[in-house]
Ligand binder design. Structure first.
Ligand SMILES: [Zn+2]
Ligand SMILES: [Zn+2]
Ligand SMILES: [Zn+2]
Length: 331
């Protein structure tokens, strides 16, 4: 039986139309090979030696004199901080110069260290790298938003399997984030509560869409999931900015993130996925209506792309079924 479900954050309807034909082993056919070498001579990150590239951040947390995690500018950046910010109008059109930044976070020196295989410390350090880049770049008052995301094995053009995430810093707020901010502010204006805090509270009470929880975080398949096995990781307590999280929260985030990826791997295999950090605009003070979170979208055979130019999403996997499979996975 199909149904419409309304996403309380975006105020958008999604069609949940479970298909009996989808079985998890079939989904596993999407998997990226697991038996890759630790070093691949064709991979730019394996070969990275620092020549001609400015290193923006370097961690050597194993203290062996080599790098463990690096942040570098993207090789062909389409945005640069050196560009002077200029705004102009051309009739009804608005134009801004390409001021901003594109960076790459190389998460490990090992080519085949998939997220679910990482140790807790490394995952925690990846989030510290995000934190440190935000703290550094927010000093540039022209930058409004820093979008951190990861596209693992998604398209043929993005075949670099080597663990890395990307960051784009812009002088505007990305459209999807702007929509979340506006809707969350609207919800707050008549309920006087944060919509994300309400989601956390209700999901804890109902339990059917919960994957796992720890002291600081909850991992759920959202009620109106647009994609099969869509996952959100949210702080249990209200906090608007990722970079304002406490030290212990980074540890607990790494814990639940790793736990979630181990479960995903167990249920779906080493599938391509997209992750994105949704946080508040960097120049804003603490906000009472917005609550940072991480969204994860595995890319599957039954991937739910918008079915039309109008943005109708048809999701063939019930979020309750996805959450149950992930919750019950043992590893
Ligand atoms: Zn590599
Ligand atoms: Zn909240
Ligand atoms: Zn979001």
């Amino acid at each position: 039986m199909s149904e419409y479900r309304k996403d309380p954050v975006l105020n958008q309807w999604v069609i949940i139309a479970p298909e009996k034909t989808i079985s998890y082993p079939a989904i596993k056919e999407q998997a990226i090979p697991e038996n890759l070498p630790e070093f691949d001579e064709n991979c730019p990150f394996c070969k990275f030696n620092g020549e001609d590239t400015k290193i923006l951040l370097k961690y050597d947390f194993r203290n062996n004199g080599k790098w463990d995690l690096l942040v570098i500018p993207a090789p062909n950046p389409f945005l640069r901080v050196e560009t002077e910010l200029q705004k102009e109008g051309e009739g009804i059109f608005d134009l801004m110069s390409g001021t901003g930044a594109n960076e790459i976070i190389i998460e490990s020196p090992k080519h085949n260290e998939f997220t679910y295989k990482m140790d807790l410390n490394r995952v925690e350090q990846i989030f510290w790298a995000y934190h440190d880049r935000i703290v550094d770049l927010k000093n540039d008052k022209r930058l409004e938003y820093l979008l951190f995301f990861k596209e693992f094995g998604i398209t043929p053009e993005n075949k670099i399997i080597h663990p890395h995430s990307k960051m784009i810093a812009t002088t505007f707020i990305p459209a999807h984030i702007e929509l979340e901010l506006l809707s969350a502010e609207d919800y707050f204006s008549y309920k006087d509560r944060c919509v994300f805090c309400d989601i956390v509270k209700q999901e804890r009470k109902e339990g059917i869409r919960v994957i796992s929880q720890n002291e600081d975080f909850i991992s759920i398949c959202p009620y109106a999931s647009r994609f099969p096995f869509e996952i959100w990781i949210l702080p249990q307590k209200h906090i608007s900015h990722f970079e304002m999280s406490s030290k212990i929260m980074f540890y607990h985030l790494a814990e639940i993130y790793l736990d979630t990826f181990k479960r995903l791997n167990k249920v779906l295999g080493n599938v391509p996925y997209h992750t994105v950090l949704h946080t508040s605009p960097v120049q804003e003070e603490s906000l009472e209506f917005y609550h940072w979170h991480i969204e994860i979208y595995p890319i599957l055979n039954c991937y739910s792309a918008p079915q039309s130019g109008g943005g109708i999403f048809v999701n063939p996997v019930k979020p309750e079924d996805a959450a149950k499979a992930l919750r019950e996975a043992t590893f």
